[in-house]
Design a binder for this molecule. Structure first.
Ligand code: CP
Ligand code: NVA
Length: 305
């Protein structure tokens, strides 16, 4: 069986926890000056149909730190971008490399790639979800606040791909998630339904004060995601009330942290004083992309649990 990392809801809870444990161990070894060659001789292909800074750099550096190599393939410079099918791309890459990370638009492309690849496929963001980011986010939360199980996270803003992965994470890591979003930009209904069927403590409201009340962490994301067609002032007007500012943070627990997957837009989804302030853990969160993904890469390519 191939260990694909397609989404948090299709990987078992023990495997997700094992990846985070591995990530923490690799992080402390690295900080202590240790080296690791667990992916020596392995190559990861990074296939991008959308821009990236963190995902690209953290996967590249992570592979090298584990003794492996990477090849970056961008849509514009590959046959994939000229119309070679996803299935054929999967078959060909499977003959050269040991795993593929893809950042793409429609989730169907990710699934098609995994269906036709004989090697692990990793979801590096689609229009629907962003699971690698959530692994880093859970890791970061736990470093600052202890076990996430039973804690309350508040999301304020667009019900986008990040909100969807937070819903998956709430089920898999057993925490409460209160999502404040305008009704027009509510999170993926199918994912919400799935979470409710799992008995998750996930709520959606337009009452942002109620969402942050008692929260250990407040999270937001850009108002306009890659691939969003609508960058109208209407969208900004809808989301203005969900901006994370000092007043909103004051409604959460006194020692609550602030998270954001980045890139951030100061003065839009979050004010600069919060993003750059003492409650913000965004740089740890960005760093943990590297460590969390090393846990994921080991699981995918070495089947480590
Ligand atoms: N958070 C994140 O995925 O960042 P990039 O778009 O820079 O990869
Ligand atoms: N929701 C954002 C996340 C970027 C990492 C986007 O899809 O553009």
């Amino acid at each position: 069986m191939v260990n694909h990392f397609l989404d948090l809801d299709v990987v078992s809870k023990p495997d997700l926890r094992a990846m985070l444990d591995k990530a923490a161990a690799l992080k402390s070894d690295l900080k202590a000056g240790g080296s690791n060659s667990s992916l020596s001789g392995k190559t990861l292909a990074l296939l991008f149909e959308k821009p990236s800074t963190r995902t690209r750099v953290s996967f590249e550096v992570g592979m090298r730190q584990l003794g492996g190599d990477v090849i970056v393939l961008e849509r514009e410079t590959t046959q994939f971008g000229r119309g070679e099918t996803v299935a054929d791309t999967a078959r060909v890459l499977s003959r050269y490399v040991d795993a593929i990370m893809i950042r793409t638009t429609a989730e169907s492309k990710l699934l098609e790639l995994a269906e036709h690849a004989t090697i692990p496929v990793i979801n590096g963001l689609t229009d629907r979800t962003h699971p690698c980011q959530l692994m880093a986010d859970v890791m970061t939360f736990e470093e600052h606040k202890g076990p996430i199980k039973g804690k309350k996270i508040a999301w304020s803003g667009d019900g986008n791909n990040m909100a969807a992965s937070w819903i998956h994470a709430a089920v898999q890591f057993d925490f409460e998630l209160a999502i404040a979003a305008p009704a027009e930009l509510s999170p993926d209904a199918e994912i919400l339904k799935w979470a409710q069927e799992q008995g998750a403590k996930v709520s959606v409201t337009s009452d942002v004060e109620a969402a942050v009340d008692g929260a250990d962490c407040v999270v937001t994301d850009t108002w306009v995601s890659m691939g969003d067609q609508d960058e109208s002032s209407d969208r900004h007007n809808l989301l203005q009330a969900y901006q994370v500012d000092q007043r909103l943070m004051d409604g959460a627990n006194k020692d609550a942290i602030f998270m954001h997957c980045l890139p951030a837009y100061r003065g839009r989804e979050v004010t600069a004083d919060i993003l750059d302030g003492p409650q913000s853990v965004i740089w740890d969160e960005a760093e943990n992309r590297l460590h969390a993904q090393k846990g994921i890469l080991n699981w995918c390519m070495n089947g480590e649990n």
